[in-house]
Design a protein around this ligand. Structure first.
Ligand code: DSN
Length: 430
């Protein structure tokens, strides 16, 4: 397949190789990113990309579904099994679409949805200003306790009692602590709200049994499939039987047309991979790595949101260092350490230049890195942060990172044939 690509479109082939070299030659700490297996990659690039399949297995609007029906049914059954859910819909194109469909299944335009504020770690689609979710619905937000950086369930309950939302959203994009989904279910029950849980970040930890599952306590659970779950880029909805029909209708005809069958095929593969002892070990190592990285960063004087982590994610509050997040993320990138700048709770700066950096361990753990390498990564981050404007120091870290990357190669299917590329990123280029 790749030689055909090289032959027909050498320009794109070369760009893919450059991205492959980049992914191989940097420490990827963006907590929502990962490296998929060869099997997932193959399924994503398979002939299923050629098929339209509007509808659901056994109820399609196009003929020729002899195989697609079987594949989607396998994906649904695997999702139901590993998440212990009554019903699964594997068609959402992404987490954003999945969230919107969950709201549309349970609420009407103008109803109130209540989620965590973006700057406290919520997602855009949890009713953030600028998102279509805040235009369709009346959005209200809770925050984390600024003193502890943690959810304050009593405050969440008080707000819910005051505003009586139609939907309460749990699950986050930048929250490093365990979530009490049972309590959310109780709060929702008390005020007559539905409970939607967005576990895009932690779904891999949930299926591994290393984070409590919201499935018993939420009306609908939404997730992406490519973060800790380590599948292709896609989305999924899980729900109780009573909401199954509404959920399916919210996806099609509600929001989507033809499902991306190549993605659903790869989701099926990823769900089988997640149902293994090896995956549980992987998920456990993600958490061990994140804890170790957090501890080491704190030893270097970094202030972390909530003083640590329970999951795969760490939010660094840079205010005590007196440096902005964007400048720090750019300097780290020049040192081959890829992060994203992020708001932190109570941040008064613009989201385009906030005071935090968000990092996580799913991708480096897939490369086989363990606690010892987390110590090195913490040292690299400390060195860069203490020397933001000293390019010679950043260049030295850059070389050390490249050496570390070479000792923990990316999965071998990443390597497309051709002349070896060293990712060209170096000091001063960004
Ligand atoms: N963009 C994802 C993340 O990085 O958390 C959420 O959609």
């Amino acid at each position: 397949m790749f030689s055909a690509l090289e032959q027909y479109d050498p320009q794109i082939y070369e760009l893919i190789r450059q991205e492959q070299a980049r992914q191989s030659g940097v420490i990827r700490l963006i907590p929502s990113e990962n490296y998929v297996s060869k099997a997932v990659m193959l399924a994503t690039g398979s002939c299923l990309t050629n098929k339209y399949a509007e509808g659901y297995p056994g109820k399609r609007y196009y003929e020729g579904q002899q195989v697609t029906d079987l594949i989607e049914t396998v994906a649904i059954e695997r999702a139901k099994k590993i998440f212990k859910a009554d019903h699964a819909n594997v068609q959402p194109y992404s987490g954003s679409v999945a969230n919107l469909a969950a709201y549309n299944a349970l609420a009407h335009p103008g109803d109130t949805i209540m989620g965590l504020l973006l700057s406290s770690g919520g997602h855009l689609t949890h009713g953030s200003k600028g998102s279509i979710t805040s235009k369709i619905f009346n959005a209200a937000h809770y925050t984390v306790d600024p003193a502890t950086g943690r959810l304050d369930y009593d405050e969440i309950e008080k707000l819910a009692e005051k505003i009586h939302p139609k939907i309460i959203i749990s699950g986050y994009t930048a929250y490093p602590r365990e979530i009490d989904f049972k309590r959310f279910g109780e709060i929702a029950g008390k005020v007559g709200a539905f409970h939607v849980s967005d576990i895009a970040h932690i779904s891999g930890l949930v299926v591994a049994g290393l984070h409590p599952s919201p499935v018993p306590y939420a009306d609908i659970v939404a997730t992406t499939t490519h973060k800790t779950l380590r599948g292709p880029r896609g989305g999924m909805l899980l729900c109780k039987e009573e909401h199954a029909e509404k959920v399916d209708k919210a996806i099609i005809p509600g929001q989507q047309g033809g499902p991306h069958m190549h993605t659903i095929t790869a989701i099926a593969v990823a769900l089988a991979e997640a149902d293994t002892v090896e995956f549980i070990e992987y998920a456990g190592q993600i958490i061990k790595n994140a804890r170790r990285l957090a501890e080491k960063l704190m030893e270097y004087g970094f202030k972390l949101m909530s003083d640590g982590t329970d999951n795969h994610l760490i939010l660094i509050d840079l205010r005590n260092k007196g440096i902005p997040g964007k400048k720090t993320a750019k300097a780290l990138d020049r040192a081959r350490i890829v992060t994203n700048f992020n708001t932190i709770p109570g941040d008064t700066s613009s989201p385009l230049n906030p005071n935090g950096i968000r990092i996580g361990t799913p991708a480096v753990t897939t490369r086989g890195m363990k606690e010892e390498q987390m110590d090195e990564i913490a040292r690299f981050i400390h060195t860069v942060v203490e020397n933001l404007d000293r390019e010679s120091v950043i260049e030295k870290v850059n070389r050390e990172v490249l050496l570390l990357c070479s000792q923990f190669p990316v999965p071998d299917h990443f390597i497309l044939p051709g002349k070896k590329i060293i990712h060209p990123l170096s000091t001063g280029q960004m």
